[in-house]
Each structure stands twice: as structure tokens, then as C-alpha cells.
Design a protein around this ligand. Structure first.
Ligand code: PRX
Length: 656
């Protein structure tokens, strides 16, 4: 983000009313209607959510207690109710939507598929039976390490169908990262593919899976199901590996859903925190599904004829809630694309929107910024008139990118929903209701009904002064909240609840509210970076660096970046001599590659500087603020007297 953008965020006064023709057709299109929802939620928070849960979820056995807060902050929602998420996403649509397209798929090379609800149901049942044949039972953990193809959604739905807990690992993560997740989740089975297509190349998922399993040694995981996607040769381990086609060939299309309690874990999704080890965010079944459904209706104003395209990979929470679960639960048609947005050129997204008549398009600001760089001509080549609503997620959007999205993609007729939420929150939390809420470029606007978001000071008091920054918190539990960190209840309490005496959920973001009560996200308060809308812990990258034989010490900070939001800047102290003048291009390449192998290519440092030492306080803590200032090329105002010699400062600045 450039300085001029930051200035314009601070002075942003532009207000965009919902376009009239959108408003006229929207399900919620009257301010009074929205106020009424907020009022109901404020008057009786639990009853508000209970009413929605009764209406939106098909229950096998109804719940009698909506919220159980006796063991707070371990909250339970609708706990004595019984249901099944896959039944709610598939079976309940069969009576009147069996032949409706559930998934429109296109691959990078142009291969397309249309899958109806009837077919999706059938394939999910078959695969669920294959999982059962492989010994998977309710409560078992299954890892999904797949390309962005319909089978990834089928695998997730199949797990949900039999009560197995999935943990999807993004295909861009390395064998090492995959190994850590398999181990932490104690997974029994792994679903992968012979490869994924990306940027004209094949991502070797099976090879990474094999390596991960070899690193594990003895483990509970003894079965691997492999989807044939690319068709190239991969070694199969006898007795362990099974092709997807073989696994499903003789399976029945009939697989009655496993009726589970509302609190039964639906999935674990790993995300970065401020320590080295990613944490397994654990979500429950009914509450999570309710968040997905209500936000599909409120924020995306979903209609039966929509073609809904969320560009996120199923490896991230956005791909869980707005690809695999939310749109299917409301019986919508989703678009899925496997490949890079720049193949054959940076017009691919717009071409796909035209070809498949996408009406709702949801992506990350990084993608918008990257595609904006190629100018207005590419989008102008395509007919984007099917679009009616645009969305963004994952990081703050700078007003310049917002305006481009609004003008060039939305042709000034599509509202933009800037949605703030997290892996932990399960669903959108702060976002506009597009038929009602006027939008401001760069603001996620206001909390949704039933979401008690607030900005508080150090003492936990609500900040009422406009534009004064503070901690973003959620004051009341909500159904789609995380339930715990897998296997680490204490870390759950410490990370999210300890700061304010277990009274409020601490999001980890700082925010301010303007004079109209609009929220502006300012950034993370912990050592978490947001690189291209993806969360990465600085400690995670540091641990990867120091695991290299030549590295003695490392410190990683973020630096603002025009496209990626934040770039990764690493300071490294070597075990041997510092390279002459701090330059060793071969080593820099080696370390970048090393980090890619340890975590994944998204974690590669953009810059590495070598110094004889790192700046520390007298108590031995790394002076990150100083390192951040150096990375940004700012003037040094901090006290650097603890540095043994001034030369180190020059080394860190790359001047010596
Ligand atoms: O810092 C916030 C940022 O992304 C973080 C959550 O990351 P993750 O769990 O990976 O989920 C991303 C997709 C939901 C938040 O703590 N963030 C997310 N959405 C926004 C945002 N920052 C500003 N504006 C947003 N709309």
C-alpha cells in the first residue's frame, strides 16, 4: 500500500449508496428491516440465533437449548440437536433441485464439467462409502491435500456425511507442513491427487504426500486415496495407496448420513499464530453451517439463478465456507477454477466470468491489485454484464483498488462487500448488507446482526471517540465461532480469551470506528503477517530459516507491498562469516528455496539481509520495531545504544 493510499484511507469520505436496481431486487433492501434484525439480536441474542437455526437448518432431532455457556469460553450451540452437514448441503435439495447445476468447473487448460445436485449427491455417497471401506469412522481425522477440483468438495462433503473430521491442507504447502498437520491431527487417511495444474506446470502433490509420510515414520496414517488429475506417472505404494476410481468403483450410491450432535467437530483448519507452530482451528457442525448460510443470504444476497464464484482455494477458510459449504447449503450454483489467474493472460478471471455468466464474484484484494496492474483493456474485452455483486476478503483493500474494482469490473452497478472475518470466526462478521448499507472504499462497514463486534482500549472499555484505534473484539459468542484449538484447550483460552478476562473474544486485529460507526481494520496486533491475503507467522518463517545448517539466527518482519499487502523481510545471522558487503546471491536463493520447502512458496522471503548480529534490547529481545523501520527504509529514531557497534546498523540497512 502506498503512502498516498494510507492518507486517502484516513481521509476517505466517499460514500456509495446501493445501486437502485440492485436494491430493488435484494432480499434485504430496507434499512428498517435491517434495524429490526439488529434490534431482535440485541434484545435476545440467543433467541435470535435459535430462530435462525430452526429455520435454516434441517434437523434430525431438534435442539432444546440454544446456547450453553456454562463452561465459557468453551461455548456450545444447539448441543442436543442432531443433524448432518452433508445432508443439509445435498439431500435436502434433491426434491426440487436434483437437476440444477451445483458445480461448474473449469481447469486451466479449458476442460469444463457441470455437476448437478443429483450427481454431486451420488458421488459424495460413493466416496463416503469408499472412506468407510478404508476403515474411516465417525470422529476420525482425514487429511485432504488436493487440487481445486470438484473432488476436493466431494471429499469434504463425504467426510461430513460420515462424521469424519477433515483437515484440508492447501496444495501450496510443502511436505514438511503437510507432515506437521497430519501429525498434529492424528489423521488416519490422506486424500490427494497425482498432481495439480498451476501456471502451465504440474504441482507434485503425490510426491509431497509421499515425502510427508516418509518423514512421519510410524504413524496412525496407513491409507492414501489418490485422484487421477494430471495423468502423469506417480509411484503407488502397495497396500497403502489406492486410486480414487478403484476405491469408488464398487461402492454403492447409497450412504445414509451419520446423524451427529450439533457440536460434533466438522473440521480442523490450521492457521498461523504468533508462535512457530500453526494451530488447528476446530469448528463444530451446526453453528458453523448456520454462519455459512446466514451470510450467504445477508452478505451475498444469494438468489436461485446466481452463479456464485469465490476464487479462494478450499485449503483456506474462505474456500471452506464460501465454496464447499455455504453456497451448497443454500442450493446455489458455484463456479470452481483450477489454475493461475494469469493463464493464458491476466484476463482469465474476466473471461471465466463472461463464459460462465458469473453473477457474484468474491476474491482477495491482492488479486485485484495484481490484475489492475495490467490495465483496463483486458477486462474491457469481456462481457461482464452478468455480474451483480462483488466481494473482497482477507486483507484491507486500498481505496485505489476498490475504485478500480467498482469502476472497471462492476461498471459502477455492482455493490462491493468488503468482508472482515477470520479462520476462527467461521463466517463473515463485519460486512455490508449490499441492498442497504452504503459503502466506503476501504471499510468493511458494520457488524452483521447477532455479531457483537466492538473496538476496546487496554482496559476493555469500548472506544467511543471516532477514529481512535483499539483492539477488535467480539463481546458475545456466535454460532460459527471456533470451539477450541485441536488438542490444546489452554492455547485456545490464552490466545483468544485471556487478554480480557475471558469476557471477550480477541480477534488479534486493531481497528478504529469512524464517526458513522464504520469499522476500519488497521492491522494485526501480533507477529502475524498478511501476505497476499494469507496468514503467516513471523516465527514460523524464522524457525524455518534457523533450521538451515548455515543460519544461526533470524528475524522476520513485514514490509508494505503494493501488490501483496505485505512482503517478507528477513534479517539473518550466519554461523560462519558474513558474506562480503552482505551480498551472497547464491545463498539467498538457497535460503528462499529452503523456506519454500519447509513451509511453502508463499513463505519465501522477498528480501534477506545478512548482519553480524541482530539488534536486541538489554533483556535480549529482538528489536522488531527497529527492524520494521529499516525494512520500510524509514529514518531510525529508536535508541540503538544496545547495539555493540554502529556498523551493524549499516549492515541491517544494507549500506555496509
Ligand atoms: O487481519 C485480518 C485479515 O485477515 C485475518 C484473518 O486471516 P485468515 O484467518 O487467514 O482469514 C482470511 C479470510 C477470512 C484477519 O485477522 N482480514 C480478513 N478480512 C479482512 C482482513 N483485514 C481487513 N479487511 C478485511 N476484509
Amino acid at each position: 500500500m502506498s503512502t498516498s493510499d494510507i492518507d486517502s484511507i484516513l481521509q476517505e469520505e466517499r460514500l456509495f449508496q446501493p445501486p437502485e436496481h440492485f436494491r430493488a431486487q435484494a432480499a434485504i433492501n430496507d434499512a428498517g428491516q435491517l434495524q429490526q434484525m439488529h434490534r431482535e439480536a440485541e434484545e435476545d441474542h440467543t433467541a435470535f440465533w435459535a430462530g435462525l437455526a430452526r429455520r435454516e437448518i434441517t434437523w434430525r432431532e431438534p435442539f432444546t437449548t440454544a446456547l450453553d455457556d456454562r463452561a465459557a469460553p468453551f461455548f456450545k450451540w444447539f448441543a442436543d440437536g442432531k443433524m448432518n452437514v452433508s445432508f443439509n448441503c445435498l439431500d435436502r435439495h434433491l426434491a426440487d433441485r436434483r437437476d440444477k447445476t451445483a458445480i461448474v468447473f473449469e481447469g486451466e487448460q479449458g476442460d469444463t464439467r457441470h455437476i448437478t445436485y443429483g450427481e454431486l449427491h451420488q458421488q459424495t455417497c460413493r466416496f463416503a462409502n469408499a472412506l468407510k471401506n478404508a476403515g474411516v469412522e465417525s470422529g476420525d481425522r482425514v487429511i485432504i491435500y488436493m487440487p481445486m477440483v470438484p473432488e476436493a468438495v466431494i471429499a469434504m462433503q463425504a467426510c461430513a456425511r460420515i462424521g469424519a473430521i477433515h483437515s484440508v491442507v492447501f496444495g501450496g504447502f510443502s511436505a514438511e507442513s503437510l507432515k506437521d498437520r497430519i501429525e498434529d491431527a492424528g489423521a488416519k487417511l490422506l486424500i490427494t491427487a497425482d498432481g495439480a495444474h498451476r501456471g502451465g506446470k504440474i504441482v507434485e502433490l503425490k510426491a509431497a504426500a509421499d515425502k510427508a509420510l516418509s518423514l512421519l515414520g510410524g504413524n496412525t496414517l496407513d491409507k492414501v486415496i489418490v485422484l487421477r488429475r494430471t495423468g502423469h506417472d506417480v509411484p503407488m505404494v502397495e497396500g497403502r495407496d489406492l486410486w480414487w476410481d478403484d476405491a469408488t468403483r464398487d461402492c454403492s450410491d447409497d450412504c445414509p448420513p451419520e446423524w451427529v450432535g450439533a457440536e460434533h467437530p466438522l473440521f480442523i483448519l490450521y492457521t498461523s499464530g504468533s508462535t512457530g507452530k500453526p494451530k488447528g482451528i476446530q469448528h463444530a457442525s451446526a453453528g458453523y453451517l448456520l454462519g455459512a448460510i446466514t451470510t450467504m443470504r445477508w452478505v451475498f444476497d444469494i438468489r436461485p439463478e446466481d452463479i456464485y464464484w469465490c476464487t479462494a482455494d478450499v485449503g483456506w477458510i474462505t474456500g471452506h465456507t464460501y465454496v464447499a459449504y455455504g453456497p451448497l447449503a443454500v442450493g446455489a450454483t458455484i463456479m470452481m477454477y483450477e489454475g493461475a489467474p494469469t493463464v493464458p493472460d491476466a484476463g482469465r478471471f474476466w473471461q471465466l466470468c463472461e463464459r460462465h455468466k458469473v453473477s457474484i464474484f468474491y476474491t482477495a484484494p491482492t488479486a485485484i491489485r495484481a490484475l489492475m496492474k495490467f490495465g483496463d483493456e483486458l477486462p474491457a474485452q469481456y462481457d461482464l454484464s452478468s455480474l451483480r455483486l462483488l466481494g473482497t476478503v482477507g486483507e484491507p483493500i486500498n481505496p485505489e483498488a476498490w475504485m478500480w474494482y467498482h469502476r472497471v469490473i462492476g461498471k459502477e452497478r455492482c455493490p462491493i462487500v468488503d468482508t472482515w472475518w477470520q479462520t476462527e470466526t467461521g463466517a463473515n462478521m463485519i460486512a455490508p448488507i449490499p441492498g442497504v448499507t452504503p459503502t466506503k472504499p476501504g471499510s468493511c462497514t458494520q457488524p452483521l446482526p447477532g455479531i457483537a463486534a466492538d473496538v476496546v482500549d487496554e482496559a476493555g472499555n469500548s472506544i467511543t471517540t471516532p477514529d481512535k484505534g483499539g483492539y477488535l473484539v467480539i463481546r458475545k459468542p456466535w454460532p460459527s465461532m471456533l470451539r477450541t484449538i485441536w488438542g490444546d484447550d489452554q492455547r485456545y483460552v490464552d490466545t483468544y480469551w485471556a487478554k480480557f478476562d475471558k469476557r471477550y473474544y480477541l480477534a488479534g486485529d486493531s481497528a478504529r470506528r469512524d464517526k458513522d460507526g464504520y469499522f476500519w481494520i488497521m492491522g494485526r496486533i501480533d507477529d502475524v503477517l498478511n501476505v497476499s491475503g494469507h496468514r503467516l507467522g513471523t516465527m514460523e518463517v524464522e524457525s524455518a530459516l534457523v533450521a538451515h545448517e548455515k543460519v544461526a539466527e533470524a528475524a522476520v518482519v513485514g514490509r508494505p507491498d503494493d501488490i501483496k499487502g505485505e512482503a517478507i523481510f528477513a534479517y539473518v545471522v550466519l554461523k560462519g562469516e558474513r558474506p562480503p558487503n552482505g551480498v551472497d546471491e547464491a545463498l539467498t536463493r538457497e535460503l528462499r528455496q529452503w523456506v519454500a520447502e519447509q513451509i511453502g512458496p508463499i513463505a519465501k522471503p522477498d528480501d534477506i539481509r545478512y548482519a553480524d548480529n541482530l539488534p536486541k534490547t538489554r533483556s535480549g529481545k529482538i528489536m522488531r520495531r527497529l527492524l520494521r523501520a529499516i525494512a520500510r527504509g524509514e529514518e531510525i529514531t529508536q535508541d540503538t545504544s544496545t547495539l555493540e557497534n554502529e556498523a551493524i546498523l549499516l549492515q541491517l540497512q544494507g549500506k555496509a
